[in-house]
Design a binder for this molecule. Structure first.
Ligand SMILES: [Mg+2]
Length: 216
């Protein structure tokens, strides 16, 4: 039997893609369209990475379900207005693949939306599998990581790379080493509380950990 594919799992929003401005804009649009006072960017930002309904429920529990419907409709039309891969990300993914690794995305976005988003950014060819969270426990539970690895067939997860403590907790729960980047949603101080194996301002150390695999 061939050995399992050595696989790196990445969070999407705030890790690979600077998508926060579009997410925040669509989140606030929901309030405006219902005539409710919209929270500020600073109020929304710490909640990103939680399921959408929980984010809205934080502000207006009675309207959370309706706001989710409005958000999804608006976000689907505006999700790449300002969203771009972080500098160096596309090159990093290419290098890891050239070295023989499989690459998976494990996100709290729903799978259909996540795949459309990755596609719209032109990043689909850069990864092997995109797994969203569709009605099962979200990060920090490890389920989305298990499913991402399962989607690749025989896959051995090596590292989970993310920008929040939820990513780090989920990665550890799935048995992966964990790599926190400091350019996303949680700052270095908060990320340190989750004790990732690496806490870095860039992805250089990831490449150091992952030398080219022997060709089989
Ligand atoms: Mg994230």
């Amino acid at each position: 039997m061939t050995p399992p594919h050595k696989t790196i799992v990445f969070d999407l929003d705030g890790t690979l893609v600077d998508s926060l401005p579009d997410i925040i804009a669509s989140f606030q649009y929901g309030f405006v369209s219902m005539g409710l006072p919209a929270p500020t960017d600073e109020e929304v930002r710490p909640l990103i990475g939680h399921p959408l309904e929980a984010m809205y429920a934080h502000f207006v529990p009675a309207h959370a379900a309706s706001l989710c419907v409005i958000y999804r409709e608006h976000y689907a039309r505006n999700f790449v207005n300002r969203s771009r891969p972080y500098p160096g990300v596309v090159e990093l993914l290419r290098t890891l693949r050239e070295r023989g690794y499989k690459l998976a995305i494990a996100t709290t976005k729903r799978t259909d939306m996540a795949r459309r988003f990755v596609e719209a950014l032109g990043m689909m060819p850069a990864v092997d599998y995109v797994q969203g969270t569709d009605g099962f426990p979200h990060k920090p539970a490890p389920d989305v990581i298990h499913r991402a690895l399962g989607g690749l067939g025989r896959a051995e997860g090596l590292w989970m790379v993310g920008d929040t403590t939820h990513d780090i907790q989920a990665g550890r729960a799935a048995g992966l080493r964990t790599y926190a980047v400091t350019w996303g949603n949680h700052d270095a101080e908060l990320l340190a509380t989750a004790t990732p194996d690496e806490l870095q301002p860039d992805l250089g150390r990831l490449l150091e950990h992952l030398p080219p695999l022997p060709r089989s």
